[in-house]
Write a protein that binds this ligand. Structure first.
Ligand code: HEC
Ligand code: HEC
Length: 100
């Protein structure tokens, strides 16, 4: 059987998706360089690509956020618990309304 150019491209694409999608064991920790717990409120300036959007998990996988405590705050633990039990219902409590 000949794979052909198109077949080869699909295989390459699938391999790439597996490598970079974060599926399986490896996952990435979201890091936007936040260092100050007083600056986690979302604004049009610090959140240009997500401002005004309610479906946070479209872009931020629950497993990838709040994995590191860079701000030295108990809020990171609280966030992890709340995201588990409340999903996106409580993001606003710490990150503001995101323009909604
Ligand atoms: C369309 C994709 C998208 C959606 C939907 C989205 N975000 Fe984001 N978010 C981003 C991107 C991309 C960044 C990096 C900053 C930027 O380019 O906007 C970011 C950055 C952030 C940051 C770090 C901001 C900082 O201070 O550097 C927080 C916190 C965050 N998002 C929370 C949320 C919450 C909460 C929601 C839902 C209410 C949400 N995001 C919805 C894409 C998204
Ligand atoms: C109890 C407060 C709290 C809640 C609720 C909360 N967050 Fe956060 N979030 C934080 C804190 C504090 C940080 C900074 C973590 C760090 O990098 O040290 C953060 C960071 C983030 C970041 C940047 C990546 C990171 O891990 O640093 C994203 C994205 C984010 N939150 C999204 C969300 C979304 C989406 C929700 C709702 C599903 C949510 N947060 C709910 C407190 C909260």
């Amino acid at each position: 059987m000949q794979i052909g150019k198109r077949g080869f491209l699909s295989i390459a694409l699938i391999a790439n998706l597996l490598l970079f999608s974060g599926c399986g064991d490896s996952h990435q920790n979201d890091d936007y360089g936040i260092t100050d717990v007083n600056k986690i409120a979302l604004t049009v300036d610090n959140h240009p690509h997500g401002y005004g959007r309610s479906q946070c998990f479209t872009c931020h996988l629950p497993d990838n956020i709040h994995q590191e405590n860079r701000v030295n705050s108990f809020l990171v633990d609280t966030a992890r618990d709340l995201v588990k039990t409340e999903g996106t219902n409580r993001c606003y409590a710490c990150h503001g309304t995101n323009g909604l």
